[in-house]
Ligand binder design. Structure first.
Ligand code: 0O2
Length: 279
């Protein structure tokens, strides 16, 4: 047997995982910046641990040399959704990407595994660029709700503890917990609309406040400090009202003033105009 260079083998998978986590996380940021509800709640990833790879190699009679072709979950991405209904939307986001090719679907969402495991898996092909050139790798993307994820994480630890298989009483407890998880997910759907509205409102506030503080900072750089302070104090006064309409009105006025100020700044022939905030 020749030497098996594990690090060399696994490094491209690590690259694929970090790239995909950043890309999918960025999609989430884009939605948030636009104040749109994102079906993806969080994204994480991992490279399968070597003992886990070894166990699977033994179990499935896979050799080191054929790992790329025969083991699809060495690189794993986990996409967490708040609600079951978000899962198809998250799948759509992934399917639409041109840098990911979906090659297989494993639907443990509608067909639960015997263990009680529920999740939607996509096996995809993704290309990383290494020093040796492009390398296409399989990546498993697991998409599930927070509740499903909690169950799977706990059950995964138990699998590690009971290597030979879970004892019957533990299996029964996990099956009962799996049913409770289904119920939680079902009931979460009843409050989905409310939670989505609340989330969108909070995003609107976050984006408005971000814009406002940026505008104030920009004005401070081109105007005198006293004027910028006046505006800042007015912003804090309005913020305390917790009134989105007022905050939006303040934002729009500030926008007009900043725009006005910018046009004065680029007009080199005219005297720079003093910026006045009328309160
Ligand atoms: P780790 O440590 O995350 O790598 P098989 O592995 O033969 O059962 P297959 O077809 O190779 O199944 O892949 P499948 O079903 O997509 O499973 C791959 C991964 O899905 C697993 O990797 C787990 O992360 C998760 N998974 C699948 N079934 C279960 C389950 O019953 N319970 C839990 N907790 N997770 C599951 P690994 O290798 O198990 O773990």
């Amino acid at each position: 047997m020749k030497i098996q260079l594990w690090r060399e083998k696994l490094d491209p998978y690590a690259q694929a995982v970090s790239e995909l986590v950043i890309k999918l996380d960025n999609t989430r940021t884009e939605y948030r910046r636009k104040g749109i509800y994102c079906p993806i709640e969080s994204v994480s990833g991992r490279v399968k641990e070597i003992p886990s790879i070894l166990d699977k190699m033994i179990r499935k009679n896979i050799s080191f040399d054929t790992l790329e072709a025969e083991m699809e979950d060495i690189a794993g991405i986990r996409v967490i959704c708040q609600f079951i209904e978000d899962i198809p939307a998250a799948v759509e986001i992934i399917r639409k990407r041109t840098d990911i090719e979906v090659v297989q679907v494993k639907d443990y969402l509608n067909t639960k595994k015997e263990s009680g495991y529920r999740s939607f898996h996509l096996v995809v092909r993704y290309t990383v660029n290494t020093m040796e050139g492009p390398k296409e790798l399989p990546v498993e993307i697991q998409i599930r709700t927070m509740a499903m994820d909690t169950w799977a994480t706990s059950e995964h630890f138990l699998q590690y503890k009971y290597k030979g298989g879970l004892p019957a009483n533990v299996r029964e407890k996990m099956a009962a917990l799996s049913r409770a998880t289904d119920q939680l997910d079902e009931e979460m759907m009843n409050v989905r609309r409310d939670i989505m509205d609340a989330e969108i409102n909070s995003l609107l506030e976050i984006n408005l406040v971000r814009d406002i503080v940026t505008e104030i900072e920009n004005l401070y750089r081109v105007q005198n400090e006293r004027e910028a302070m006046k505006i800042q104090n007015e912003f804090y006064r309005i913020y305390k009202l917790h009134d989105m309409n007022e905050l939006q009105r303040f934002h729009d006025e500030l926008d007009i003033l900043s725009e006005d100020n910018r046009s004065q700044t680029v007009n080199f022939d005219s005297e720079p105009r003093k910026f006045e905030w009328h309160v």
